[in-house]
Design a protein around this ligand. Structure first.
Ligand code: AN0
Ligand code: CP
Length: 316
């Protein structure tokens, strides 16, 4: 594996899951693999889980780890080519990226959708510049359109908890006061579509995701119908994708909050969310605190997905 930006880079899913299980059971088996290798993690946006779990994954592999928050202590970066740089940005990303590449062996990048220009977001302009100009293997720590380390951890978690070979997995939109990217739902859909699970997406009208990610999923606007017999309820907010509402909040309808009533419609489903989660907007206190909530093991598996991916990159 050279770069890791989506499910398409992971190869056969069953093989990847097997390797992830090995990593989970033998976290320190590959300490030699990363010896004297430097992992660099670049954050353009905030993070708790990705920051900590990816560092831990690198340390488990014997790597040295450097973390940089671009917005806290680095120079403000210009990202457009051709701009006369007489404003507040002292450095261009076209110098910054190869310089960062010179100091490490693998680069992870977090760069969310900015909701300023849909084309730029969906062309992954920032992530692709890292791939093009760093000279090093690059992996996504949530880019504009996908969050593959999260989705891989989600898949590992579902495999651990599922009670039937082909569980019914439901991705439900839920309300949130801020406009959030589509990266998590896009990516989750892409990974679920790569399995043979029954996969349903439910959201209010207007929140349709890019068809490229929806793929063969069933889109059910009636949320109660969607919840029926579900084995996993995966909640996430996202802002509208479709024009002319790209990046806009169209609804804050709290009838979409995951609550105990809707959970009774399911097949005693497990509750999942990538976190951070706003309680009583996305999910009620009682559901997230219930025995069916697996958000903590899900977050713990972020070390496993990151370590499995870093190991593949180091080995190739
Ligand atoms: C981010 C998002 O929705 O993409 C990160 C999730 C892992 N969430 C927030 O900004 C709250
Ligand atoms: N789930 C996730 O990626 O969390 P952070 O934004 O805290 O990294």
């Amino acid at each position: 594996m050279k770069h890791f930006t989506s499910v398409h880079d992971i190869g056969d899913l069953q093989t990847a899951l097997q390797k992830a299980r090995y990593v989970k059971e033998n976290p320190f088996a590959d300490q030699e693999l990363g010896k004297n290798k430097t992992l660099m993690l670049i954050f353009f946006n905030s993070s708790l889980r990705t920051r900590l779990s990816t560092q831990k994954a690198g340390l488990n592999l014997g790597m040295n780890v450097i973390v940089l928050d671009i917005n806290q202590g680095a120079w403000k970066l210009e990202t457009e080519r051709g701009v006369i740089m007489d404003g507040d940005k002292p450095e261009h990303i076209l110098e910054a990226i190869p310089v960062m590449g010179a100091y490490c062996d693998i680069i992870g990048v977090r760069s969310f959708a900015q909701f300023e220009n849909k084309e730029d977001d969906y062309n992954e302009v920032i992530l692709n510049q890292f791939i093009q100009y760093s000279g090093k293997p690059v992996f996504s720590m949530e880019a504009a359109t996908r969050h593959p380390l999260q989705s891989f951890a989600d898949l590992i978690t579902i495999e651990e908890y599922k009670k039937t070979a082909r569980p019914k997995v439901v991705l439900t939109w839920a309300p949130h006061p801020r406009a959030l990217p589509q990266a998590v739902p896009n990516s989750f859909a892409e990974w679920m579509n790569a399995t043979d699970y029954e996969f349903v997406i439910t959201h209010p009208e207007g929140y349709e995701l890019d068809e490229k990610f929806v793929g063969n999923a069933i889109v059910e606007y009636d949320k109660e119908k969607a919840y029926r017999d579900a084995d996993f309820i995966y909640a996430k907010n996202w802002a509208a994708y479709r024009d002319p509402n790209y990046g806009k909040i169209l609804s804050t309808d709290r009838s979409w909050t995951v609550d105990a009533h809707k959970m009774t419609l399911t097949n005693n489903a497990y509750f999942m969310h990538c976190l951070p989660v706003r309680r009583n907007m996305i999910v009620t206190d009682d559901v997230i605190e219930s025995p069916q909530s697996i958000v903590i093991p899900e977050a713990a598996n972020r070390v496993v997905s990151a370590q499995a991916v870093l190991k593949e990159i180091l080995a190739s």
